[in-house]
Ligand binder design. Sequence first.
Ligand code: TYD
Ligand code: MG
Length: 476
Amino acid sequence: MARATSQFVCQQCGAAAPKWAGRCESCGAWNTLVEETVEARPKALGGTFGGKGKGRALPFVGLRGERAPAPRLGVGIAEFDRVLGGGLVAGSAILVGGDPGIGKSTLLLQAAARVAASGHDAIYISGEEAIDQIRLRAERLGIAQAPVRLAVATQVGDIAASLTDGTSPEFVVIDSIQTLFVETLESAPGTVAQVRASAHELIRLAKRQGFALVLIGHVTKEGLIAGPRVLEHMVDTVLYFEGERTHRFRILRAVKNRFGPADEIGVFAMGDEGLAEVPNPSALFLAERGPDAQPGASVFAGIEGTRPVLVEIQSLIAPAQPGTPRRAVVGWDSGRLAMVLAVLEARAGISFANQDVYLNVAGGLRVSEPAADLAAAAALVSSLAGTAVPADTVVFGEIGLSGEIRPVAHTEVRLKEAAKLGFKRALAPAPHRAGAQPARIPGIIVRELRHVTELAALFAAKTLPRAVAAKDASHA
Ligand code: TYD
Ligand code: MG
């Protein structure tokens, strides 16, 4: 006899458990298990291993062969197309995640308007806002005349019926996946079961009908709403829209892309007329720098995706209250900061004990490259010494645990971008092999560093507090 069963599904990671527990065994999150009814499964497919299976033999093929290039539809917003790897791929599913209020609806409404204005069938379905609200926004953005087909809906059945009514949409935006529900499931919208089932249904439809599907998903730090993370493996492309809400800059970052390079970023600025493209992010990130070099700042020549991005790294060192000194980081990894501080202390004898350390990547960018180590170290030592890194200098290089400065990829691209923006000097790692040709870019003088002691020596090392072993021992 069929029996309605239920299971408890973690709303953070999607793991299912037969019994309720306060803590998810799979991901360790607290209070995330929610009861969900299990759908009656179709009878197990006939045959197991070696049984008389009903499957048909697969036609195996070689690795080489004809392949059709994925047909692409350019959105017409260059920064968006770049992140997609050259435009929307027909029949693909894209998840756009981000904090509430960061600008996801704005970006995708602008994208839909661009696609529609260029003569393609674009659909925008909102489950979050009323028609009037969306029209008002479109008016403000100056895109109200674009022939976007707009609807408000939350029921997946309705949406599926509207997308298969004989028209052939090319671009469909769902805002947001957390508001949708499949009628046959009892759980509430926003639960893992609903999010998964709704997405599954729509993705299948996109593949069959050949439209590019964008699912918007909110990510909350608490993971209270079913995180779009459970969707990441179902879609072809995962984009995250990041930024500090108090800053103007927004970064659209590809974290997974079956049709293009991952880690590619697009940069936007939020203004009164919505999101504007920022084709030259370095100039923008550096625009807020004063004309004079200040102690504690260094310009990092970084690479985001395939593109060089120059960004200022700022640090502040202040005497700490007795007790454990503070270490606060914005835009960089705190573990990485701890490592750089430890290496500076152990290998170059520069002590940050008894000092609060603050580190900030200007402009709201999040840097994850190890090449930022040296730029961060330069900012830290500069702040401690009270000596500025010259304003015409960029810095990059990875720092190893023994204090060695290790070469990083794309040296030329970094230096070229720096030269383009008027920088004259660079602090960079020495090349791998002894005797290897140093990178030469006209207009840039490269100072090669091999060890953090050489970095310290650049900043009037005598003024720096020394880590004295004997003194440290007496503290213990
Ligand atoms: P929204 O796209 O609604 O964010 P999300 O869908 O990610 O929740 O963006 C909301 C924020 O953007 C809101 O705080 C106002 C701001 N905004 C502007 O600054 N300028 C604009 O032209 C628009 C439309 C929004
Ligand atoms: Mg929104």
